[in-house]
Structure formats: C-alpha cells, structure tokens
Design a protein around this ligand. Sequence first.
Ligand SMILES: [Fe+2]
Length: 346
Amino acid sequence: MIPEPILGLADARRELADFLRGADALLVTGARSFAACGARDALAGPLRAAVRLRTATHAGDLLSLEELDATFDRLRDAAPERIVAVGGGAILDTAKILALAFATGRTPGELAAGVPADIAPPPVFAFPTTAGSGAEATHFAVAYKECVKKSIGHLRVRPARAALVPEFTYTLSSYQTACTGFDAVSQAIESLWARGATDESRAFARRAIGLLGGLDKAVSDPDPATREAMQLGAYWSGRAIDISKTTAAHALSYLLTARHGVPHGHAVAMVFPYVAACNLAHLRDPELSSLCERFDPRRIPGLVPLPDFCRACGLDFSALAADLLASVDPARLANNPASLSPNLFG
Ligand SMILES: [Fe+2]
C-alpha cells in the first residue's frame, strides 16, 4: 500500500524529523533551487534530527550517468540509512539512483544495465519543488549516457514518503511552470492511452487531469490554490505512470533534451501534438480528443512549438524529425496505442 502524500509544511517538517531521527542520512538538493525556493530555511530544523547529514547536489534538467558515477564515487563509503531529496525531477531521480547504488554497491553506470531483484535500498523522502515530473511517486528514474536515455528502476526505490509543500513552487518562473506543468499533463494523458494502463492507473490519471486544469492560470497568474492543485496533480500523474509507464510523446522527447538542451517538459510539449494526432486518429476516443484539444501545448505561453524551435536554432526540421524517430526506445513505443508512421512529423 502506497501512503498518501503529506500535505503542507507543518506536517512535512514533523514527518521529516521522525524520518531522520538518529539516522545517518544523505540530502540531495538542487545546487541553487534548495535555497531559492525556501526549502533550505523551512527544513533546517528537521534536518538537524539526523546524526549525520552528507549532501549531494545537481543542477539542470539533464542528469548524466557520468555525473552520477562521480557523485557515487565521492559518497561510496557513506552508506546512508535514509535519503532526503528536495528538488525537481532530476534531483529526485538522483536520490533514487544513488539509493540503488548504495543498496547494490554497483555504480549508476552499471545499474543502467540492470538492477538486482532482491535489494533493500535506503528509503527516500521526496520533496518535489516543481509541479512537475511526479518523480516523487514513481519507482524509476531517468539518466542519460552520451545523449541516450536510460531508465533505472526498482519497485523498492519508489519514495517511501512524499511531501507536497506548494510554497516551494512559488518561485518557479512562468516558463518553468509551463514546462513542468505540461510534463504532468502529458504524463496523465499518455497514461490514459498507454497499453499498460489499468483501471487504477486510469483513475489516477483522471484525478491528475482534474487537478491540472489550472495550468494556464499557474503559468500566467498563479495563486496559492492553483499552485497547490498543480503540485497534487503532478503527484497523481506520477502515480498513474508508475503503473502504466509513458508512451511515444515521452519517448520522442528525450533526444531534444539530451542533444539540444530543451527542458524535459518543453521537449515533451514539442512532440506531443504529433503523437496526439496519430493516437487520436487510431483511437477515436472522445475523452482523449477533448483533453488533447483542451491542453494543446501550442497555446501555452513559452512552449515554443517544434517548427519554430528549429527555425530559431537553424536546425533542419525534417532532419531533426528523422533523428527523433530513430532515437526512440522500442519498449516505450510498444506502450503507445498506435504505431508511429515515418511521416509522423509531416
Ligand atoms: Fe515526464
């Protein structure tokens, strides 16, 4: 049974102190976001409950196996009993992968080839500071090796606790809100049409979509209620893909992040309309048609569409489209309801 997320700072502080009391712990944070979002000051008290607290940081959207290997090498002797992660998806993924590395003695690079079944990783307490990836609710993590996306996961590395503190998302820029918010929307819609969907994952995805309806407001004129709903919506989108996994929109996006530095949610937004057109033509499902229309990322300020991005960067659209189609993970494509045509991008 997966516990419900902890809601609000007061309960989160109390639970964190209980989680860390007397433990040898590792704190994984964003290099700058930890202080900038207010989490450093807000969590300083409960973090002192640990008897020993080592730290690791990561900056940016792109998490490389080389960086993770170096971080693990530096901390190899730490053997933390507890891990706290405060940040966006890449930070939470760092914590999960390090937990697996400590549990197995294998480097993150080695874990990309496979994770042993019978392991007991140190529990992770996740504080997402975006709304967002839903990584606080999933049992897998994404890292890159030379522009190739690797998924590393294990059922026991899903964060043991997740705390949603909307105040930590108040300093997100409009662009960060658009990127991370659309990531959550796409995950929920992809979860609905995924071949791996179940009744439970569809219920979680619909719950997410109901909460993420304020994305436009969160981008243009956020208020506390909208920020709170977005963070909870992102959590439920994570719960949905934790079961169903993502599909072609995510699979096609990774190269845009790895090679061209496009933030994850924006990269998903760039390819989403093409995947949606393909899947909707195949499925002819009124609910999904309505959702894709309602959340069309081309209408969200800041989420520059793929053709415009190519023009701005001097990239050939057809060549990039061919590269994206050639880059996809066949396992992830197998989870898409329709097969992708070589003419997907027109
Ligand atoms: Fe995502």
